[in-house]
Write a protein that binds this ligand. Structure first.
Ligand SMILES: C[S@@+](CC[C@H](N)C(=O)[O-])C[C@H]1O[C@@H](n2cnc3c(N)ncnc32)[C@H](O)[C@@H]1O
Length: 290
């Protein structure tokens, strides 16, 4: 699988190319990365890639010509390698949200050309001429498309055959069909007792069916509390068993007690004055736990 990335900051991509699971897979030749800097496709002495926006307003806009030339060079390099024309995706907050299904589709393909915007964005004429997809990482604004592109690459590469050491581990992750598209259950490792808190008894029982049932119930409870729409999607696909439905009915819809979501949830520490929570509180609140 081949990724071509059009970016003003090619050095940022060392993170996926050289480190961790994706770095190992890159060293094994399971995927390749080719960075194209639009500055290398400029004609002026200053290697200009941006200019002021027509109509006024703050910031700068990336010019169409260097981006288009970089995309053409990437397509030509792919063709020279015997690959067909690749989709061209612009990372953009206005794009379609990237998700696990998107990562799976990408992992099953030959690869993609990713365009990393900077400044206020890129000239719309480039988007209309060259871009086939627009991908968002979420409803927030990054300084550039590179971090979004890194996430797109990482999520797809870890799904390639042979990339994860334990071949099953991707199947047990959140959103996977094997988990009925639900959220993953909590994980524990040694020590068995940590600061007075024990690992939940079913996980120590050695009884495979009980362990599987405990994990399934945690997964159902967590998903019902945090992402009820994923429960609905699993139900619509016929992925919930009678046992699952009985358990969900016992939970009482989406009003899931906190101790069912996570057995070790503690009351949050009292916020210091001036503390601003970095994220909205989960539902239900930990303080709901009995
Ligand atoms: C400062 S942002 C421009 C934001 C743009 N003016 C807007 O409001 O939609 C610069 C670049 O970062 C990238 N970017 C920012 N947020 C992103 C997100 N949520 N998902 C994907 N790419 C994003 C895009 O490539 C964008 O062109």
């Amino acid at each position: 699988m081949r990724f071509d990335v059009v970016t003003l900051f090619p050095e940022m991509f060392g993170v996926v190319r050289d480190l961790g699971v994706t770095g190992r897979a890159h060293a094994q030749g399971r995927w390749s990365l080719h960075a194209w800097n639009p500055r290398d496709f400029t004609q002026d002495v200053h290697r200009t890639v941006d200019d002021r926006p027509y109509g006024g307003g703050p910031g700068m806009v990336m010019m169409a010509a260097p981006l288009e030339a970089a995309v053409n060079a990437a397509q030509e390099a792919r063709a020279a390698q015997g690959l067909g024309r690749a989709p061209v995706a612009l990372l953009a907050p206005v794009g379609r949200r990237y998700d696990q299904a998107g990562a799976e589709t990408l992992a099953a393909s030959d690869g993609i050309i990713l365009i990393c915007g900077r400044y206020e964005g890129v000239d719309q004429r480039f988007i209309e001429r060259c871009v086939t997809h627009e991908i968002s990482l979420g409803d927030f604004v990054l300084s550039g498309g590179e971090i979004a592109a890194l996430a797109v690459i990482d999520a797809a590469v870890r799904l390639l055959p042979g990339v994860l050491n334990d071949g099953d581990s991707a199947l047990q992750d959140s959103f996977n069909d094997t988990l009925s598209g639900l959220l993953d259950s909590p994980h524990y490792t040694r020590p068995e007792v940590y600061d007075g808190e024990s690992v939940p008894a079913p996980l120590l029982s050695g009884h495979h069916a009980n362990i599987a049932r405990w994990r399934r119930e945690r997964s159902l409870a967590l998903t019902a509390a945090r992402r009820p729409e994923l429960i609905e999607a699993a139900r619509a696909k016929g992925w919930l068993t009678k046992l699952d439905e009985r358990y969900l009915a016992e939970l009482g819809g989406t009003e899931v007690p906190a101790d069912k979501v996570s057995p070790h949830r503690r009351k949050p520490r009292k916020p210091a004055s001036g503390d601003v929570p970095p994220v909205a509180p989960d539902t239900p609140k930990a303080s709901d736990a009995s």
